[in-house]
Design a protein. Structure first.
Length: 463
């Protein structure tokens, strides 16, 4: 057999004989890993007697036992009059090929469910080279080591910067600029990411009310109408995504909240944060504010890891704003295929009808590999680029500020502006110099201030 990027080439001599669906499914279990959505959907169409017969032929076969286990989940029925299963317990997901969680053991079929979530809502994350490399990089371990040597007062300033930058960029991703009061409220919300408060519908409603700008968009519960995302195009093609219908939403959101609240999970906290964020936005439980809340949930889940201490959050939205095309691609890894299961009829801008022709399983069993790859990259970039740069800036600013303050007598407001400009750019622009002179500062005083600042930076670079 030859494995390529998106296909497994099987020689005729190895391929299953005939067109029996169960035979092909068992072959896929053996050679292609576990595509849980495909397996569940296939088993909904396979008769009980076919699965039972395969098990009776070989009660110790791990693949036959997995088929029986998943058949009962898919159909909500119990297979009866069968001998006891025997053999070693079979893991549903291969630990070497997938990111797995703690085992939930099924003694009837001797199957260990080790997926992320539960047997009725499970997210798959494949161990691609990018996922493995990012997990091996141990971003949270790097954060812990990095901040351990930083003065607490400086770290507190970096934390405040992270809150404000995360707020600005989370809104900017959606092409919004929050009012000062709204930005302050959302920044305050980020400080609650470290709280141990359990995520519930009431909790999320309260956060949604803080996150949206228009009072008319504030929710009092999860939506009870169909939501949709649209782009600038007219007609049905302008509808880019339809989340689960209201009747499907509740079980999906119950599972998403359970995922967020699972502090006993053995899955890496940044992986879980990525999953919580994307799972929430795909569920789209509110009519507005879902994107901002999804990015907050990344922090809420990731901050359960003790290595993100001292109130610190990684400014992932800053990195996401810088990589919007990749963010869209991660979102579309789910939204595009799911959109194909909806028939949309466009009557007018205010009259759009949609009919779901798919199965609920597309919202309950999905592959989040692309989402996790993106989330891990953004966390790493937020550390390596944004957080490190900000702390370097704070160090430069403090040196420049004290050097200028020791050299000249300048009011605090102008002193901060000069110090910030030189710390950021390494110089004081002609325009800023003219502004200071217009305020009454003597050119000699300005030159002395600049010389002191540049001298401090040179001394720092020489160390």
């Amino acid at each position: 057999m030859t494995e390529r990027a998106d296909v497994l080439l099987v020689p005729p001599a190895v391929a299953p004989d005939g067109d029996d669906p169960l035979t092909h499914l068992l072959f896929a279990f053996k050679h292609e890993g576990m595509n849980l959505q495909a397996a569940i959907l296939a088993l909904k169409k396979i008769p009980a007697q076919s699965v039972a017969l395969a098990f009776q032929r070989s009660p110790s076969s791990g693949y036959a036992r997995v088929a029986c286990y998943l058949w009962e989940i898919a159909n909500g029925q119990r297979l009866g009059d069968l001998p006891p299963a025997v053999g070693a317990y079979e893991k549903l997901f291969d630990d070497a090929s997938y990111v797995t969680d703690r085992v939930q053991r099924d003694t009837r079929w001797r199957v260990d469910f080790n997926g992320i979530g539960s047997p009725t809502y499970c997210i798959t994350v494949r161990r691609t080279p990018d996922v493995v490399a990012m997990l091996d990089a141990d971003v949270l371990g790097q954060v812990d080591k990095f901040v351990s040597g930083i003065d607490k007062a400086v770290l507190d300033r970096a934390v405040r910067w992270a809150y404000l930058s995360e707020t600005d960029n989370s809104y900017a991703i959606e092409r919004e600029k929050p009012s000062a009061s709204k930005a302050e409220a959302f920044a305050s919300l980020l400080s609650r990411a470290h709280d141990a408060e359990v995520i519930s519908e009431a909790y999320l409603v309260a956060l949604q009310n803080l996150a949206v700008s228009n009072p008319l968009d504030r929710a009092d519960g999860f939506r009870d109408e169909q939501n949709r995302l649209r782009n600038e195009m007219r007609g049905a093609l302008g509808v880019t995504y339809l989340p689960p219908s209201p009747e499907l939403l509740r079980p999906v959101m119950d599972a998403v909240m359970a995922l967020c609240n699972d502090r006993d999970s053995k899955v890496n906290a940044l992986v879980r944060g990525s999953l919580a964020s994307f799972a929430f936005v795909f569920a789209h439980p509110f009519m507005d504010g879902n994107g901002r809340l999804s990015r907050f949930l990344f922090h809420k889940v990731a901050c359960a890891d003790p290595r993100l201490a001292n109130g610190l959050v990684l400014p992932v939205s800053v990195a996401m704003k810088r990589n919007e095309r990749e963010y869209l691609a991660a979102l579309q890894s789910f939204s595009k295929p799911s959109r194909a299961f909806w028939d949309v009829t466009f009557i007018s801008d205010d009259q759009i009808y949609q009919d779901f022709r798919g199965q609920p399983e597309i919202y309950r069993y999905w592959d989040a590999t692309a989402c996790v790859e993106f989330g891990l990259r953004m966390a790493d970039e937020a550390l390596q680029r944004d957080l490190r740069q900000e702390l370097d800036f704070l160090h430069r600013f403090d040196l420049v500020y004290h050097a200028i303050n020791d050299a000249v007598d300048m009011n605090n407001n102008d002193l901060v502006l000069v110090a910030r400009t030189i710390a950021e750019t390494g110089e004081l622009s002609n325009n800023r110099t003219k502004q200071l002179i217009a305020k009454g500062h003597h050119p000699d005083l300005i030159r002395t201030a600049v010389d002191a600042a540049l001298g401090a930076l040179t001394d720092m670079d020489d160390v």
